[in-house]
Design a protein around this ligand. Structure first.
Ligand code: FES
Length: 268
């Protein structure tokens, strides 16, 4: 059954019968990811200044440099006489990088954009891909299996991000809200949505069970169902949370260097 069916795919890199604008999405994604990597490298290694600002006692951190572990008493990090090139982002970014880099959605994106394997459905891939063939999660890609462990670390990061949001609420005169609160709050919210819509979290919640009928298993089944709903928009949360890291950083950079001003919307 089904033997010998040959799909009429045109052979040759990028050849296809598709007549829609199938190339737009991979190009846009490739440009966005490349810009994100270049911007991050610039901020980490070439311009690691202006990573936070203070407004009437409240503190707003750049999402790239939050959590600022170099301010922690833990492990003596605060008093650590670290080399001048070390900053908070260099110490922490391996977690979000590892988490995003091994994300199931991200795998689809980079296979399409950077490996053209294939660039889109019904579009032929380069000859070299056919020669190498898809070998699954092997060699360097075996690291993708670490995704669930990066998930655990990302969950800790989320808690700290929300903790950082509380620092924007604490003014010298009392509790309040500034534009910076919204910037950090939106970033923490989008990241929370990205993590809570993760495929691995869904499996953690309700996978590996034969049935969800009684007691804890029933609760796990319900949780699985809820995460499945969020999971449908996982790509959306991936891009919005990623984009807001950079928008938030630009905001902090602009305010701390005097190009824009933050204001306390209210303090009580
Ligand atoms: Fe995308 Fe887990 S699958 S973050």
């Amino acid at each position: 059954m089904g033997e010998g069916i040959k799909l009429p795919v045109l052979n040759g890199l990028g050849r296809t019968n598709r007549i829609d604008n199938w190339l737009n999405q991979p190009i846009a994604m490739g440009v966005a990811l490349t810009a994100a990597m270049l911007y991050t490298a610039w901020r980490l290694f070439l311009y690691p200044d202006s990573i936070y600002y203070e407004l009437e006692g409240s503190k707003v951190m750049s999402p790239i440099f939050s959590p600022n572990v170099l301010e922690w008493e833990l492990f003596g990090l605060k008093d650590w006489n670290h080399p001048s090139w070390v900053n908070a982002a260099i110490l922490v970014l391996w977690i979000p990088f590892g988490f995003r880099g091994t994300c199931y959605y991200m795998r689809r994106v980079y296979y399409r954009t950077f490996f053209a394997s294939p660039t889109a459905c019904w579009v032929d891939e380069p000859e070299i891909n056919k020669k190498i063939g898809y070998k699954g999660e092997k060699r360097i890609f075996i690291l993708n299996n670490l995704h669930r462990y990066f998930l655990y670390a990302a969950m800790i990061i989320i808690v700290i991000k929300w903790w950082d949001v509380t620092h924007t609420l604490h003014f010298t005169e009392g509790w309040g809200v500034s534009i910076g609160t919204f910037v950090m709050g939106i970033e923490a919210f989008l990241l929370t949505m990205y993590v809570t819509s993760c495929h691995a979290l869904r499996h953690l919640a309700g996978g590996a069970l034969d049935r969800w009928t009684t007691g804890i298993s029933r609760l796990r089944g319900q949780l699985f169902g809820r995460i499945s709903v969020l999971n449908r928009s996982h790509g959306f949360w991936f891009w919005t949370s990623l984009g807001f890291v950079f928008l938030g950083d630009l905001w902090v950079l602009a305010v701390s260097e005097g190009h824009l001003s933050d204001v306390a919307l209210f303090v009580i």
